[in-house]
Design a protein around this ligand. Structure first.
Ligand code: ADP
Length: 367
């Protein structure tokens, strides 16, 4: 019987439990044994009861649970070969040779490295007599399938990552709450949202809440101009009868001289120039937690099912797949190409080559 394990790794995102539920149940449906690795790569390195067989009923109710119930962790040991050797030994001891990893680009990079190194890890275990040759012969290949769990929607080659729409929804609810109190007092609010390299949450939240102005990493605000532009916009809206002003700032927002623009800077400007009663709200981890929205439950389920199919179809010759969604269709992409492209986008943004970053992200919509 084929044994398939699922783990969640890196930053948590709403929908990860729905992934675990889908993988466990569909693996059982396909006649496999399903396992969960607890605490991300930490559990893989530690082994023992961190690797647990899961039955149908073990994931009951997980579809609507936020965060990840099997835990996640940052694991330094897995970054070293010695840690990955222990991880390989633990997987073989549990009889597992298929691993479905749900995480961000770091987790997926680690997973692909683990697979490429796997034959040499198995050889080393055999050479040091940690396993017999017969066992080694059964485990010459490791299957890896990646699923992207991230609230930032920052992975290339897929339209949406698991958790992004839940986070967006949470931001919208928070801005709605802020709006009603802002209207009562005729106040301005500067709301800081997550997104160091990716302004997706900020832009879509601004769109969905009718915010007055938005700052993102990919489009630096022009020095000497943005202040007037923002103040004029706010004044125009106020003249038209608007009693609130909402400005959304991504964590990674910058100006054209590449200096960070903070919520505090914006607030000070609004107080000094427009004499608006202005408050700053940093949403922080509220954006990450809570129940997954319907879209993330659906995405996690469809992608979890496809991940099991992909694991069962995998051969040593095919590159590890990442389960994506493109144009509303669940799709498989070569995992390392997607990760490489994601790193190139982040590097381009760090190097302030924004046009290049946008082109890499989506050539069709580069302008
Ligand atoms: P995310 O998956 O959200 O991007 P991290 O970058 O923190 O989060 O990665 C999560 C874990 O994946 C790390 O703690 C580490 O154990 C593992 N990992 C990340 N990058 C690598 C790598 N290059 N080699 C091996 N393991 C890695």
């Amino acid at each position: 019987k084929k044994k398939i394990a699922v783990m969640t790794s890196g930053g948590d995102s709403p929908g990860m439990n729905a992934v675990v539920r889908a993988v466990v149940r569909y693996a059982i449906h396909r006649g496999c044994d399903a396992f969960a690795i607890y605490e991300g790569y930490e559990g893989l390195v530690q082994g023992g009861d961190m690797i647990r067989q899961m039955q149908w009923g073990d994931v009951r109710g997980w579809l609507a649970e936020g965060g990840t119930l099997i835990g996640t962790a940052r694991c330094m040991a897995f970054r070293e070969r010695a840690g990955r050797l222990r991880a390989a030994k633990n997987l073989i001891a549990a009889g597992i040779d298929s691993l479905i990893v749900c995480g961000g680009d770091g987790s997926l990079t680690g997973a692909d490295l683990f697979r490429s190194e796997w034959p040499s890890l198995v050889q080393e275990l055999e050479d040091t007599q940690a396993i017999t040759k017969e066992t080694a012969d059964l485990y010459r290949h490791l299957t890896i399938v990646g699923l992207v769990g991230s609230i930032d929607n920052d992975m290339s080659s897929t339209d949406v990552t698991i958790g992004a729409f839940s986070s967006l929804h949470r931001i919208c609810e928070s801005v709605d709450s802020i709006s009603s109190t802002a209207i009562s007092h005729s106040r301005a609010f500067v709301v800081e949202v997550m997104g160091r390299h990716c302004g997706w949450l900020a832009v879509l939240a601004a769109l969905a809440t009718g915010a007055d102005f938005v700052f993102i990493p990919e489009k630096p605000a022009e020095v000497g101009k943005w202040q007037d532009e923002m103040c004029n916009a706010l004044q125009t809206f106020r003249r038209l009868g608007k009693r609130k002003s909402i400005i959304i700032v991504a964590e990674g927002a910058i100006d054209s001289e590449l200096k960070p623009i903070s919520a505090e800077d914006i607030k000070n400007l609004l107080v000094d120039r427009l004499h608006l009663d202005t408050r700053v709200t940093t949403l922080g981890h509220v954006q990450r937690g809570g129940v997954p929205c319907a879209y993330d439950r659906m995405l996690a389920t469809l992608q979890g099912v496809d991940a099991v199919d992909a694991a069962l179809a995998s051969t040593p010759e095919t590159p590890s797949p990442m389960i994506a969604i493109n144009g509303n269709k669940i799709n498989r992409k070569p995992l390392m190409e997607a990760v490489k492209l994601t790193h190139q986008v982040a590097e381009a943004i760090e190097a302030k080559k924004f046009a290049h970053a946008m082109e890499l992200r989506d050539p069709e919509f580069a302008d």
